[in-house]
Write a protein that binds this ligand. Structure first.
Ligand SMILES: NC(=O)c1ccc[n+]([C@@H]2O[C@H](COP(=O)([O-])OP(=O)(O)OC[C@H]3O[C@@H](n4cnc5c(N)ncnc54)[C@H](OP(=O)(O)O)[C@@H]3O)[C@@H](O)[C@H]2O)c1
Length: 321
């Protein structure tokens, strides 16, 4: 099989490079820019010098470029890790069109290409498709999307665009993603707890952190399942597990609890971390107060075991320190 990964230089994309190292399948790692030197160094540190760190240029807002790459390389699966991920930045009216193109239009482009090639699109989405309603039970896949900001709204439209093409797809909604790569909450808090004597962190927003390598492993399991099923396919058959799924690590915590564990694992005992309310930290987008994802469906469909969030956090911090 040939598998094309978009946004390969981001958090999830780099973890895809690590988990697919040594695979018998052919992987093409694509992005709009070259790998950042800092990420390249981390990638080699974690996965050795022989990990595939090459990047083929592909802008996923360009449907013709996607079609060309899919045709020329006989691509069977696309894993879309590319997105506009800066939630507050997305509120800037000057970049609205860019966010719309990347989060809403581009996923449909990829779905069209996979429909034409009779392949599979694995598209990553977010818990921010929920948000406006006060939930207090874990969100299921069929719960109505109620996004608040531009990021959540454009990501929901991206999902709808994929579904409308009627291609074989797996949409994976995830939450609170962190890794050794790029910018994320864990790296920010490691920095703040080492430089500030005191820190206030919100305790009235609850969710579940997701270590990106665990999500990458779940994606690999989905690709294996698809590979197995499609080996028995007629030419235009539908993948029986086409649908929307939720994936995060196991457990529930607030951003305050998350920060306390980060500082504990990093032995940053000198920083005094205190809980606060969200209104003490006004931001352009109101965050969901409860965005825990229900993972029952993915666990039973793909026989996936999900690790508990603190175990994963410990591993990531070990790699970062
Ligand atoms: N981060 C989170 O907390 C979080 C939470 C829930 C869901 N998710 C979802 O999880 C997925 C992966 O997130 P992530 O944190 O790994 O993202 P990320 O680190 O921001 O990586 C996204 C990558 O996409 C690239 N990109 C930008 N424009 C592109 C274009 N036109 N064509 C191709 N690639 C382009 C970016 O390149 P540049 O850096 O050069 O722009 C970057 O390398 C996304 O779908 C995101 O919405 C993330």
């Amino acid at each position: 099989m040939t598998i094309l990964v978009t946004g390969a230089n981001g958090q999830l994309g780099n973890e895809m490079r690590i988990v697919t190292k040594g695979s018998k399948d052919k992987y093409i790692f694509t992005d709009v820019c070259d790998e950042h030197p800092e990420s390249l160094e981390m990638l080699h540190k974690l996965a050795g010098d022989d990990v595939d760190s090459s990047t083929t240029q592909l802008d996923i807002t360009n449907l013709d470029a996607i079609r060309k790459m899919v045709e020329e390389n006989d691509v069977n699966v696309i894993v879309n890790c590319a997105a506009w991920t800066n939630v507050d930045g997305a509120e800037d009216p000057e970049i609205y069109e860019l966010v719309e193109q990347l989060n809403s239009v581009a996923p449909k482009n990829l779905a069209i290409a996979m429909k034409e090639a009779n392949g599979l699109l694995v598209h990553i989405s977010t818990d921010y498709v929920f948000g406006a309603d006060p939930y207090n039970t874990p969100c299921k896949e069929d719960q109505k999307g109620t996004p608040i900001g531009v990021y959540g709204k454009t990501k929901l439209r991206g999902e709808q665009g994929v579904v409308a093409t009627n291609c074989n797809y797996v949409i994976l909604r995830t939450a609170w993603l962190y890794s050794e790569f790029g910018k994320n909450f864990v790296k920010t808090m490691l920095n703040l707890t080492s430089t500030k004597p005191q820190l206030k962190v919100v305790f009235d927003q609850v969710g579940t952190p997701t270590y990106a390598i665990d999500l990458a492993l779940a994606i690999s399991a989905i690709i294996d399942d698809y590979k197995n099923e499609s080996s028995h396919f007629n030419k235009r058959a539908t993948y029986t597990k086409t649908g929307i799924y939720h994936y995060s690590n196991e457990g529930v915590c607030s951003w305050f609890d998350f920060t306390k564990m980060i500082s504990e694992y990093a032995c940053r005992n000198e920083c005094d971390i205190q809980p606060c309310h969200s209104d003490e930290y006004p931001s352009p987008v109101k965050r969901p107060s409860y965005s825990v994802l229900d993972k029952t469906k993915i666990k039973s469909a793909f026989d996936i075991t999900v690790p508990y969030w603190t175990e994963c956090l410990r591993k990531c911090i070990h790699n970062l320190m």
